[in-house]
Design a binder for this molecule. Structure first.
Ligand code: G5P
Ligand code: MG
Length: 223
């Protein structure tokens, strides 16, 4: 689909709901640039930057990175891609962050993946990630062709330190208390679209149809 104007989209959902998996599909089908706050933080940790070293313990314990740090990091990243249509994954995660984003741009649409917590807990212990690209695998759902190695580069996959069972429980708790209010924030602005289910392959066709319609409408409005 050729977009007539820049699109600002956000994907939300609890940890492990499939935001990364669905974002990669959206990126491929609609050409939106995928910007994942978690991937940016993990790249910093991997590169042992000052920020990465400071934030590692926070992330490993399943706590959110402080709002001001996170907002500065993502909003400055967005400035470097202001000529692209983008999809933000993992940001905003608090009402403070949503307001900071609103101060810089108008969000066109927010895709919310509503997946039961029980489903999520089973998924995260079998997730494997290719850190440099953010490609995601799962030993049950989408296993790599060679166990433990990325399909495209052949480089080793890693398990995230925050995917331990206790940490997942803490991440889900922080989602309930700090991130769910953001859903209400976007619902009241009329831009929230929720997709419920337990399987990405069943949710995805609905997201795809919705985005075709939504992005066509946005393009027409501006043409
Ligand atoms: P992240 O990196 O943003 P989360 O916790 O929001 O982390 P996560 O864990 O990355 O989200 P996801 O992207 O929603 O999950 O899900 P995914 O990776 O696509 O899918 C999860 C697994 O399930 C994969 O193995 C996938 O293959 C599999 N899967 C997908 N669909 C199916 C299916 O249908 N069936 C099955 N069986 N499997 C499936 O944030 C990490 C940390 O960074 C900090 C916080 O500390 C956070 O905890 N952080 C922030 N802090 C403050 N503010 C922010 N804005 C922050 N952003 C990040
Ligand atoms: Mg993710």
């Amino acid at each position: 689909m050729v977009l007539q104007r820049l699109v600002r989209a956000v994907i939300m959902g609890p940890p492990g709901s499939g935001k990364g998996t669905v974002s990669l599909r959206i990126s491929k089908s609609f050409g939106l640039k995928h910007i994942s706050s978690g991937d940016i933080l993990r790249a910093n940790i991997n590169a042992k930057t000052e920020l990465g070293l400071l934030m590692k313990s926070c992330i490993d314990q399943g706590q959110l990175v402080p709002d001001d740090v996170m907002s500065r990091l993502i909003l400055s990243d967005l400035r470097t891609v202001d000529r692209c249509s983008w999809l933000l994954d993992g940001f905003p995660r608090t009402v403070y962050q949503a307001e900071a984003l609103d101060d810089t741009c108008t969000v066109d649409t927010v895709i919310n993946l509503n997946v039961p917590f029980q489903t999520i807990k089973q998924r995260l212990t079998s997730r494997w990630t290719h850190l440099p690209s953010g490609r995601i695998y799962n030993t049950d759902f989408n296993p790599p062709k060679v166990p433990g190695f990325d399909d495209e580069t052949g480089e080793p996959l890693v398990q995230r330190d925050d995917d331990k069972q206790d940490t997942v429980t803490r991440r889900l708790k922080s989602y309930e208390t700090q991130t769910e209010p953001v859903l209400e924030y976007y619902r009241s602005k009329g831009v929230l679209e929720t997709f419920s289910g337990t399987e990405t392959n069943k949710i995805w066709p609905h997201v795809e149809v919705f985005l075709h319609r939504k992005l066509a409408a946005i393009s027409q409005r501006m043409a």
